[in-house]
Design a protein around this ligand. Structure first.
Ligand code: FBP
Length: 333
């Protein structure tokens, strides 16, 4: 038997035995997301050639300029998920309201949330970007899906993960049974397993945050970041600062090298910038499955009851010890 690393499809099929009730919908949803990832990876690599850089001139529901690739990738993911017939409703960073797949395709069992191109301001400088996704079983009985199927606390996620478009294209996901990472072989067009059951390393003195905002942060965050920078080798300080400006890429480094990513709130925007449902919850699920932790400074991200599709939250995730440290700064007030 010729040995090679199993493909994503083979790995999901092999693990399907863990779910006796499985009928194949889940693997169809994951395969649609993986296919979207391969196509987006190619488009990003050729961005300057295929005129995929720059902006559409439109603003999205977040009040942000829409990059051409944001729009293209959003439509691609909606189409591919819609075609599976397994998805009853979708929520995207790029679209104000719930997205219903056409016709009977909207009767599916899964509700899917996604950020088509995370960190899209990095596209034009050829720096890493990502796609973030989260799938949960519907809560409404039948028929076309509904906002209620999307507005579920993160602990209800059936699967979550991201695709990183960096020096290589990675697919990282969890279904609540560990975190598994795959690398795209563009010559074969296949994601191959590279790490099974990924765990945060123990060592962790890297912090990743836009410290340029520190002047408007709330006092506990200002004290926390000053503490990280003091010179005290006994406690591994000063920490090293690393920031790419794309959540997926900054999180992937923290997952492999250890440390903490933070996007605090500030005096003007106490809720911060990052979106709970399609940025923070999915990566929080991955972080917890890798032995880490994710909070808003006071509360577990996966226990926050969502009230709006595009709601934001202060965000801290990484090694459990590092997140607990920043929580102590917040609870000391
Ligand atoms: P989008 O690009 O999907 O809107 O994501 C938001 C984001 O770019 C994150 O990826 C990143 O962590 C953060 O915003 C960067 O914000 P800032 O430029 O304020 O540091």
């Amino acid at each position: 038997m010729v040995s090679f690393q199993p493909t994503l499809n083979q790995f999901i099929r092999a693990r399907q035995q863990e779910y006796p009730e499985a009928v194949g919908d889940f693997s169809q949803v994951m395969n649609a997301i993986a296919l979207a990832g391969k196509l987006i990876s190619r488009e990003i690599n050729l961005a300057g050639i295929v005129d995929a850089t720059g902006y559409t001139g439109r603003m999205n529901v977040q009040g942000e300029e829409v990059a051409k690739l944001d729009e293209w990738a959003n439509e691609l993911i909606v189409d591919l998920l819609g075609e599976t017939g397994c998805v009853c409703v979708m929520g995207s960073e790029e679209v104000e309201g719930p997205i219903s797949p056409p016709g009977s395709a909207s009767m599916g069992r899964y509700a899917v949330l996604f950020d088509p191109v995370d960190g899209s301001s990095n596209i034009d400088i050829a720096a890493p970007v990502g796609t973030i996704f989260s799938a949960q079983r519907r809560v409404t009985e039948s028929g076309t899906g509904h906002m209620d199927d999307l507005l579920q606390p993160g602990r209800n996620q059936a699967a979550a993960g991201y695709i990183l478009y960096g020096s290589s294209t990675m697919f990282v996901y969890t279904t609540g049974n560990g975190v598994h990472a795959f690398t795209l072989d563009p010559t074969m067009g296949e994601f191959h397993l590279t790490t099974e059951d990924l765990k945060f390393p123990d060592k962790s003195n890297i912090y990743s945050t836009n410290e340029g905002n520190a002047g408007t942060w709330l006092e506990p965050d200002q004290r926390w970041v000053e503490w990280l920078k003091q010179n005290d080798p006994a406690t591994g300080r000063p920490y090293s600062a690393r920031y790419i400006g794309a959540l997926v890429a900054d999180f992937h480094r923290i997952l492999l090298k250890g440390g903490i990513f933070a996007y605090p709130g500030n005096t003007a925007k106490r809720e911060g910038k990052l979106r709970l449902l399609y940025e923070c919850s999915p990566l929080a699920f991955v972080a917890e499955q890798a032995g880490g932790r994710a909070t808003n400074g006071l509360r577990r991200i996966l226990d926050i009851e969502p009230t709006g599709l595009h709601q934001r939250t202060p965000y801290y995730l990484g090694n459990a010890s590092e997140v607990e440290l920043v929580e102590r700064f917040h609870s000391d007030g």
